[in-house]
Design a protein around this ligand. Structure first.
Ligand SMILES: NC(=O)C1=CN([C@@H]2O[C@H](COP(=O)(O)OP(=O)(O)OC[C@H]3O[C@@H](n4cnc5c(N)ncnc54)[C@H](O)[C@@H]3O)[C@@H](O)[C@H]2O)C=CC1
Ligand SMILES: O=C(O)/C=C\C(=O)CC(=O)O
Length: 350
């Protein structure tokens, strides 16, 4: 590649076991006096720990973050923040909680400190999502990019093996699509290849022993790299399919990515030789799509879309919506091709 554009995203990263202890210093560094700590109901204990570490810089905890960022949740959190005179957000959790922080940043311009506890990678992207009246909108805006990200692998030790697996494959999908994106660059390719290598090696170790600290650190580092790839490139067919499946059928985000990824890879990689070569190196294979499918089976991810509750009769309207608003893709997507791909993903591995 002789000419390219790489738009670097400004980001401070604090990485390492025990780094959560630095949250107060990081908030102080940004000049914030009263931050609202965000979490899901399931991660209240973590949020309380963060608030305790923040001491008088914590305005309070809002514990109602939900997947796909419903607009009502953003409004409720915004009201609490105004009442408490909050001047920033600490989002402690997975993509749902960080997504709430980003939606609040978009509305208020107040900065986010992200403390990721899954491998979704949202903390590395300027992509926001918001769901209103059953429709999810997404967009890109630099104002939602967290100012600081604290990656503490200790916080991922509690992530169940099944969620670790699907979340890790969600991260891998960012790297796969970045490698054949129209705006890929050598910097992104290097990050993507290393991210895939880290995650593919460490995810099976976590499946065998969720308490493996070294594997947890490797996965979080891989997720960081893959998230950064997503943040710097245009998404393709895989992300489009997952957005439509998630939005129209309310499917779980990470599981949908995990099921669909090998099928889109098998479709796209023959048309994207340098992406295929990078993935083959990272996965130590000569057939990256098959290696991704095998990784999913080793990690016990659900075999097919039908296992996520999709009916065969749903597939035509999914295909129609994907074709109506296509994303950039290395291989042209025709109706019959898409129907075959969706049907294969629906049936899944047998
Ligand atoms: N804007 C972006 O760039 C991106 C956004 N996303 C968005 O993120 C959302 C999905 O995020 P995910 O991280 O997949 O799921 P999530 O944030 O919904 O977490 C799944 C569940 O696991 C729990 N959990 C999280 N970390 C845990 C831990 N360490 N231990 C125990 N439980 C834990 C959560 O409380 C939640 O109940 C979707 O809405 C998706 O659209 C995902 C990737 C990129
Ligand atoms: O699909 C993904 O993993 C990446 C981006 C999003 O999920 C954007 C969003 O809907 O928040």
């Amino acid at each position: 590649m002789s000419s390219f554009v790489y738009d670097a995203l400004p980001m401070r990263v604090v990485f390492g076991s025990g780094s959560l202890a630095r949250v107060a210093d990081e908030v102080e560094r940004l000049g914030l006096q009263r931050v609202l700590v965000l979490c899901t109901p399931q991660q209240r204990e973590l949020a309380d720990q963060v608030a305790e570490l923040l001491g008088n810089r914590a305005a309070g905890v809002f514990d109602q973050a939900r997947m796909h960022v419903p607009v009502e949740t953003v409004e409720a959190a915004g009201t609490v923040a105004v009442d408490l005179e909050a001047d920033g957000w600490v989002a402690a959790g997975g993509g749902s909680t960080i997504g709430l922080g980003k939606a609040l940043a978009l509305r208020t311009g107040l900065p986010v400190v992200a403390v990721p506890t899954t491998y979704a990678g949202s903390e590395m992207t300027p992509i926001w999502g918001l769901t209103q009246d059953g429709r999810k909108k997404t967009g890109r805006d630099r104002s939602v990019l967290p100012h600081t990200v604290i990656y503490d692998p200790d916080l991922t030790l509690s992530l169940p093996p099944s969620v670790s697996a699907t979340s890790g494959l969600n991260a891998l999908a960012h790297a796969v699509e970045a490698l054949y994106a129209p705006d890929v660059s050598p910097v992104v390719s290097a990050m993507a290849e290393q991210g895939v290598r880290d995650l593919a090696a460490a995810l099976p170790l976590i499946a065998a022993d969720p308490g493996d600290s070294a594997a947890r650190a490797a996965c979080l580092q891989g997720a960081w790299l893959c998230g950064a790839c997503l943040g710097s490139t245009t998404m393709g067919l895989h992300h489009k399919l997952c957005h439509v499946l998630g939005g129209m059928l309310d499917l779980p985000h990470a599981e949908t990515h995990a099921v669909v990824l090998p099928h889109v890879a098998a479709y796209n990689l023959p048309a994207a030789p340098s992406a295929a070569a990078a993935l083959n190196r990272a996965l130590a294979t000569d057939d990256a799509a098959a290696a991704l499918a095998y990784l999913g089976s080793r990690l016990d991810v659900p075999p097919g879309l039908r296992d996520l509750g999709v009916a065969a009769s749903d597939l035509p309207r999914i295909a129609a919506e994907v074709l109506a608003h296509p994303y950039a893709n290395p291989r042209p997507v025709t109706g019959p091709d898409l129907e075959t791909l969706l049907h294969t993903a629906w049936k899944g591995r047998t």
